[in-house]
Design a protein around this ligand. Structure first.
Ligand code: NAG
Ligand code: NAG
Ligand code: NAG
Ligand code: NAG
Length: 282
């Protein structure tokens, strides 16, 4: 009988653990990427089990940015720290949300939600997620200075400009899918920042249209150094004429030559017709 009682007691304890959900943070939502021109919303859901909530704290890396303590007035306190502005927040017994605006610099930081139960135990539950500050480009890069056709051996100066982004894009050029090593004087150039820390970048490509090649395909790739990287690209085709077929390549002098030919033919025909007239009339 005693044995049975003991067994029942263990069974109850087991049942208790199986049925009750533990005191824990059930869900932490932190955006992977945050645009500094907008507010980012972070949310934390917690399961208090049988415990009473004492406080909820949010941290950016090691700095406390937000505290909710229902026993205090006001229950919510915001702390501005380097790298983020805390806009507002709202909490209830099982969840806590906070809106932040990251500083306009490309940075990564860990955001932590930490809950504590009432004394004397003050049990702590904690979850952390990484947030990267970034702003995506809205447009593909643009290639300028690429002619539709070029003479063999002609020197070309192309320019690829990438749209505003944070961090600024790194630019790579490819000719016929071959990565072009940048010359020291043709590195990616980055503009001054605008609102949100966004910048444009551009890079020049000098190339000589080689002889005996039908066409060149140039491609420019703008890459944001994120994890994973974000890429956008643009391409252009350049037809290359080897000087042996001058009529295929329309230059100013070529046009003049054609015009001269037409005039000559016209003159000859007129002379011929006129001569025939004269002969017939004789
Ligand atoms: C945080 O900084 C912003 C902008 O400087 C300001 O409007 C806000 O009142 C500050 N909040 C706190 C809690 O200091
Ligand atoms: C912050 O305030 C804005 C408007 O005042 C509101 O739409 C938003 O839900 C609030 N965010 C939080 C987390 O309370
Ligand atoms: C390339 O384009 C950018 C604007 O997008 C301009 O500021 C820069 O001067 C151009 N560079 C060259 C070499 O044409
Ligand atoms: C000469 O001009 C006439 C009409 O003006 C045309 O019918 C003829 O084909 C031309 N001949 C040549 C050789 O171009």
């Amino acid at each position: 009988m005693v044995l049975l009682c003991v067994k029942m007691k263990y069974l109850n304890i087991l049942m208790f653990f199986a049925l009750s959900s533990a005191y824990e943070i059930s869900e932490l939502r932190v955006p992977l990427l945050a645009d500094p021109r907008r507010a980012a919303e972070l949310s934390c859901h917690f399961n208090m089990d049988q415990h009473r909530l004492h406080s909820v704290k949010w941290y950016r890396d090691m700095d406390e940015i937000f505290r909710y303590n229902p026993q205090q007035t006001p229950p919510i306190r915001l702390f501005n720290v380097t790298g983020v502005m805390v806009l507002n927040g709202s909490c209830e017994s099982s969840r806590c949300e906070v809106a932040v605006r990251p500083a306009p610099v490309a940075a990564r930081a860990l955001y932590t939600c930490e809950t504590s139960t009432e004394g004397p135990k003050f049990l702590i539950a904690r979850e952390t997620k990484l947030m990267t500050v970034a702003a995506m480009p809205t447009l593909d890069p643009v290639i300028s200075g690429a002619p539709g056709a070029a003479r063999a051996g002609e020197q070309l100066l192309l320019n690829c400009s990438a749209d505003y982004s944070l961090p600024p894009a790194d630019i790579r050029w490819y000719i016929d899918d071959q990565l072009q090593k940048p010359d020291p004087w043709d590195q990616t150039v980055i503009s001054a920042p605008i609102e949100g820390g966004l910048r444009v970048s551009w890079r020049a490509l000098r190339l000589s249209a080689a002889a005996a090649r039908g066409a060149l395909r140039v491609r420019c790739e703008a890459e944001l150094p994120l994890q994973p990287p974000v890429r956008r690209d643009a391409s252009a085709n350049i037809l290359v004429h080897t000087g042996t077929h001058p009529d295929k390549y329309v230059s100013n002098s070529g046009n003049k030559a054609t015009l001269r030919g037409v005039l000559l033919a016209f003159t000859l025909n007129w002379t011929y017709q006129a001569t025939c007239k004269i002969i017939r009339s004789l």
